[in-house]
Design a protein around this ligand. Structure first.
Ligand code: FES
Length: 69
């Protein structure tokens, strides 16, 4: 059981949130458009609606524009 739990925490999760952003949770590398690469460990939300003022991150604008996706 302990090994199964450890395995689950080692897996990076990407979740498409209905009518909202793409959530990534876990340990991953983020390559910026500048080419800079940062190692991340946590949770980020990436915009899928295209309307965020803080791309590539979600700023909740999808709620105002009634994004469906
Ligand atoms: S998905 Fe949230 S602002 Fe675009």
């Amino acid at each position: 059981m302990e090994d199964a739990e450890k395995q689950q925490t080692d897996i990076t999760e990407a979740r498409i949130i209905k009518n909202g952003p793409l959530m990534i949770r876990g340990k991953f590398l983020l390559r910026e458009s500048t080419g800079e690469i940062g190692e991340k460990n946590g949770e980020i939300y990436l915009c899928r609606c295209g309307k965020s003022s803080n791309k590539p991150f979600c700023d909740d604008t999808h709620k105002k524009v009634d994004f469906i996706g």
